[in-house]
Design a binder for this molecule. Structure first.
Ligand SMILES: O=C(O)c1ccccc1NCC(=O)[C@H](O)[C@H](O)COP(=O)(O)O
Length: 262
């Protein structure tokens, strides 16, 4: 006669089979949201469109936009990925915004925050991010390497941000596949696309993809950073203020065959 323990274990084995299948499907889904894959396949400059209500340099940009609706418009107009600012104090963002965006689109999402601890990476993942930002200037070389390793372990992609040669040296030691060049000096707020022109060649030689971040508004700006070797751009303010997203996105998606990693 079957004991209660045997019956429980029989049911448990069935449950575990189901749980494993669920986990496998979830992992498969996570893997399909890949910015690296998008960059590999793109033949135009890839646009990472940012949801950015406000910022320290510009104050309120567009605080009334709905994150889910804006993300849908970004995606419908060809965004390769969406960046969501989750910092509340300086950017009026939240992890709730990130979740709303995840629920509204089927493309990779970057959690744009000032990550200094693993717990933020956990939160980013729990709320649907596939990519996290690590800012070289905000971390020591060992913190950068430790947080990078942790994110990769969690099946996340990493956009490692640099602004000068010292940051680049730190980044190269870790060896990320995607490096973002922030054209904005985060200390002075000065924005200069020449920063991309100066740093992109060594990143391309290193073999990583270049994303040019900040201060990109026009077709001329997009062409300029694409010519410098960028495979993608990260654009916030221009898209958050745009009255015609289709045209704004189209202007940024310049042909970019040579931007892709060789
Ligand atoms: O945007 C700021 O004022 C800012 C200030 C201090 C730290 C970071 C800041 N911005 C984060 C970003 O990197 C940008 O949101 C992103 O690159 C898009 O920039 P933009 O297209 O110029 O809005």
């Amino acid at each position: 006669m079957e004991t209660i323990l045997e019956r429980i274990l029989f049911e448990k084995r069935k449950e575990i089979k189901g749980l494993k299948e669920l986990k496998r499907k979830e992992m498969q889904k996570e893997m399909t949201y890949s910015l690296i894959q998008q960059l590999e396949q793109a033949n135009t400059l890839s646009v990472i469109a940012e949801f950015k209500r406000a910022s320290p340099s510009k104050g309120d940009i567009n605080i009334h936009l709905n994150p889910a609706e804006q993300a849908k418009h970004y995606s419908e107009n060809g965004a390769a990925a969406i960046s969501v600012l989750t910092d509340a104090t300086f950017f009026k963002g939240s992890f709730h915004d990130l979740r709303l965006v995840r629920e509204s689109v089927d493309i990779p999402i970057l959690c744009k925050d000032f990550i200094i601890d693993q717990v933020q990476i956990d939160l980013a993942k729990e709320n649907g991010a596939n990519i996290i930002l690590l800012i070289a200037a905000a971390l020591t070389p060992s913190e950068l390497s430790e947080l990078y390793g942790y994110a990769i372990q969690q099946n996340l992609e990493v956009l490692m941000e640099v602004h000068d040669e010292a940051d680049l040296e730190k980044a190269f030691k870790v060896g990320p596949k995607i490096i973002g060049i922030n054209n904005r000096n985060l200390r002075t707020f000065e924005v200069d696309l020449a920063v991309t022109e100066r740093l992109a060649p060594s990143i391309s030689s290193f073999g990583s993809y270049v994303i040019s971040e900040s201060g990109i508004f026009t077709n001329t700006d997009a062409k300029r950073v694409s010519d410098a070797g960028a495979s993608g751009v990260l654009v916030g303010e221009a898209l958050m203020r745009s009255g015609d997203l289709a045209t704004s996105m189209n202007d940024l998606m310049v042909p970019n065959l040579k931007g892709a990693k060789q």
